[in-house]
Design a protein around this ligand. Sequence first.
Ligand code: BTX
Length: 325
Amino acid sequence: FTMKDEILKRFLNANGEPISGQVLADELQVSRTAIWKHLQTLKQEGYEFETVKKRGYKLVTVPDKVDMGQLQQFLKTTRYGRQVHYFESVESTQLVAHELVREGAPDGTVIIAEHQTAGRGRMMREWESSEGKGIWMTIIIRPEIAPHQAPQFTLVTAVAVVNAMKAMFKNFTPEIKWPNDILIKGKKTTGILTEMVAEADRIQALLIGIGINVNQQMDDFPEALQSIATSIAIEEGEPIERVHLVANVLDFLEHYSDMYVKNGFGFIKTLWEESSGTIGKRVKATTLREVVEGEAISITENGVLEIRQANGEVKGIYSADIEIL
Ligand code: BTX
């Protein structure tokens, strides 16, 4: 915590009541000038204060930013999100994460940006990351697992995001589409991109990219996406404070990752199936080599999607684009 964060925390906790500059100075054991300077910095970040005669300052406006001071207060994690690299704008948080992995960034390091100029999806597809409207973040984690287990982490992440959403929002039910999308009423609200830095038998780091559409209205999306994308605000019917959702996602993710490393994939599979919008549906899977059509019947312990084709044959799909028919 910096002094500035500490001051902010007190204003946030005051719920709009004024706080005296003198009291703050005394409690934090700094001069009133120091307090004033920190308030100036907060103003530059978009916080607005009002002076209340004889009673001090009152916080009246909180900027629409994923605020790091607030994040630290909301988090219940021990590692995830405890080191955050925050940017107004980057090409892609994945690229920053790769650099930080090389520099030895610790488990749970988060990179978060208000805007990405070259956000990406799988297979170098573009990921639309409009300014200030979504959660564009990458979490660097360093679990003790073998490289072949990495794809399971995409499913661990999907379960964490979907359950964080269910804990917070009541007006819609998010569903996971295998392997890496979260849909609301069939439209994409979240994409997950898992990348890995590994040696032959050991993972150095997983870079889990999560893109969540939060406060877009339909016309914020480019036309090409309007029929396939949606945001939480559209579905919930009100604007969302992004920092709460970031904190919740990180809480769930740390909890599930630790359980996964300790107890294996079994319980993740159960949670995944509970929120799946894929199992039991007729699907068409396009892999690099072929197109498989049939009923999605289950995921295996390895996170492989099993499809029963018309001739009864069951095929395991490791990686593909899925269309729900
Ligand atoms: P994906 O390859 O499954 O999905 C990409 C496809 O989704 C695009 O081709 C497009 O059709 C559609 N799409 C693009 N942008 C959006 C959007 N905002 N909402 C809905 N649909 C969209 C999914 O890849 C993985 C995305 C990960 C994004 C995160 S953001 C933080 C991190 N940094 C980064 O560059 N990527 C990850």
